[in-house]
Design a protein around this ligand. Structure first.
Ligand code: 2HA
Ligand code: ZN
Length: 282
């Protein structure tokens, strides 16, 4: 009975009839419940097709324009749903229109055209430079790419205090923590130096890594994960975080056995994936 009532409340909430709004509301709620998005931590952006936006949002009515930190010619004409700056993931589900926005990059790449949401003058996530630059690089290597998720995955952050930040070593440790890791991220995990968040510099550094990785760790801050869908990007982060959690559980314990490099290589072969070269000693 309670569940039925709750569902009714949700579907009556403005925006929750829109499939891509509902998906964003659900994923931000999951991340908040995992403890990865305290306060206003984390941000999500997802590329939308005009054909999926048009049935729900008047694409000919620009509510207002917002100036991006830099012109984004590469994304001209593309539609996005994004989380808002300073907004709490906890609150998206009860008021998507205040916490999310649907935007189109103008034809000349100089403006963001707000089409839905970001009520009361809200603006897109402070990490939009990193998101946009990452979208640009991922689209070059993966035409199916659509989603960038940033969050403060707890054990990933913890691991950046005690583990070598060399990305091959970081990747190798994660691969060793759970059998499925090398299958989920054979391309490995990139790590950048600590930098000031929200800046174009951290955006450039992150995007540079996105040329050949789908996940980038920001030491002592969190992780960026990308994918062809919210499920893919979220699943990638979830898998990295799970491996980091195992690492944090075992790091101070005497290790009796582990997965060998040969076993990791056999695993990759069995699942038809190619591990990033130079990491396994086989
Ligand atoms: O504001 O996570 O990196 C949200 C953040 C900044
Ligand atoms: Zn952050």
């Amino acid at each position: 009975m309670t569940t039925f009532k709750q569902q009714n409340v949700l579907s009556d909430t403005p925006g929750m009839n829109i499939p891509f709004v509902q998906e964003m509301a659900e994923i931000t709620q999951h991340m908040w419940r995992f403890g990865w998005d305290e306060r206003n931590g984390g941000n999500v952006s997802c590329i939308l097709e005009e054909a999926e936006v048009a049935p729900y949002v008047n694409i000919n009515k620009v509510i207002r324009t917002i100036k991006p930190a830099f012109p984004v010619h590469e994304l001209a004409g593309k539609y996005f749903i994004v989380t808002g700056s300073g907004k709490y993931f906890k609150n998206v589900v009860s008021d998507p229109e205040a916490n999310l926005g649907v935007l189109r990059v103008s034809k000349d790449g100089q403006q963001l055209e707000l089409l839905w949401g970001l009520k009361n003058g809200a603006v897109p996530t402070s990490e939009l430079p990193s998101h946009f630059m990452s979208h640009i690089e991922r689209l070059k290597v993966d035409p199916d790419h659509r989603v960038v998720i940033h969050n403060h995955a707890t054990n990933v952050i913890a691991m950046t205090f005690i583990h070598d930040l060399n990305e091959d070593k970081f990747t190798k440790t994660l691969w060793e923590m759970c059998t499925e890791c090398i299958v989920v991220f054979p391309d490995g995990i990139a790590v950048i130096p600590w930098m000031v968040p929200g800046s174009s510099e951290i955006g450039r550094e992150t995007a540079q890594k996105m040329k050949d990785h789908r996940a980038v760790v920001w030491p002592h801050h969190g992780i960026f994960g990308t994918g062809s869908s919210i499920d893919e990007a979220f699943g990638l982060i979830e898998t990295v975080e799970k491996a980091a959690q195992i690492y944090m559980l075992i790091v101070n314990q005497p290790i009796k056995q582990c997965i060998t490099d040969q076993e990791l290589a056999d695993l990759a072969k069995a699942f038809g994936v190619t591990p990033r070269p130079g990491i396994l000693n086989v």
